[in-house]
Design a protein around this ligand. Sequence first.
Ligand SMILES: NC(=O)c1ccc[n+]([C@@H]2O[C@H](COP(=O)([O-])OP(=O)(O)OC[C@H]3O[C@@H](n4cnc5c(N)ncnc54)[C@H](OP(=O)(O)O)[C@@H]3O)[C@@H](O)[C@H]2O)c1
Length: 270
Amino acid sequence: MPALMGARLKKGDIMKKKTALVTGASSGIGAVFARELAREGYTVTCVARSQDKLQGLVKELGSGHRILVADLADSIQLQTVAADVESSGYSLLVNNAGYGIYGRFEEVSFERQEHLMTVNMNALVRLSHAFLKKAASGDALINVSSTLSLLTYPGGAVYAATKAFVTTFTESLWYENKDRGVYVMALLPGLTDTNFNAVAAAGRPVPAQTMRSYPPKVVVKKAMAALKAGKAPSIISGPLYRFLTFLNTRLMSRKKMITIMGKGSSGLRK
Ligand SMILES: NC(=O)c1ccc[n+]([C@@H]2O[C@H](COP(=O)([O-])OP(=O)(O)OC[C@H]3O[C@@H](n4cnc5c(N)ncnc54)[C@H](OP(=O)(O)O)[C@@H]3O)[C@@H](O)[C@H]2O)c1
């Protein structure tokens, strides 16, 4: 008698169809994630506000992929995405949507800072919850944070704080979920060539980058390798940023590190 006949199968025992939902898929790191996941055989649901960009992307990916147009700062639209995550049983969720705001804290309106916190933290927690409630062994969650989460960022104080939240939140979830075979990982990119800088400048002149910026493909390649290995609670992409984070967090005083970050900050440059 075949070993499996009559045996009670657990959800994770069956070869599950690879399906993924990627937020912030209309540009930058999220769009590259969607392309790479499709290439790896995932059926991808792409989420963002820009319908045209999402439609263009899905056309490029080929048949079977879908879009979900949603503003994750809007509680009703966020609820729609959360309901989709709960009912669809994705094998991978990539919480990538996010943005930054450059400027001195008191000079940026509270409403803009609150909006930033809603997108970068609230939406990510809501969707992580919807996903993990239904996740089975073999499923995975990637939350996109930033190397700034381990540092400090004068000129982007609330942004760096939201990412510190994402990293510690996600690392706790890594521990909570590892014994049930669900891999949770925080991805901490360094500077990456996307629309991030222009969005953070919000109409002001876009500050020139003084540090090396990596193509999003480098970030996603590193993330995909980590996903396959399924071990690390968090990873930093870009060799320069792995080195600098080590230097700044292990070998320097906090005061020195904060001063260096402040002096080099794009967010404080006039
Ligand atoms: N680029 C960097 O240097 C860097 C470094 C470290 C971490 N990161 C992180 O990487 C992630 C991706 O950013 P990126 O660099 O790829 O920038 P990007 O090119 O500006 O992409 C941001 C994505 O987030 C989506 N998004 C923003 N607000 C949204 C909202 N309210 N609802 C739904 N989607 C929303 C955008 O889509 P729509 O505008 O179409 O809604 C877009 O697809 C972010 O979490 C960012 O903090 C970036």
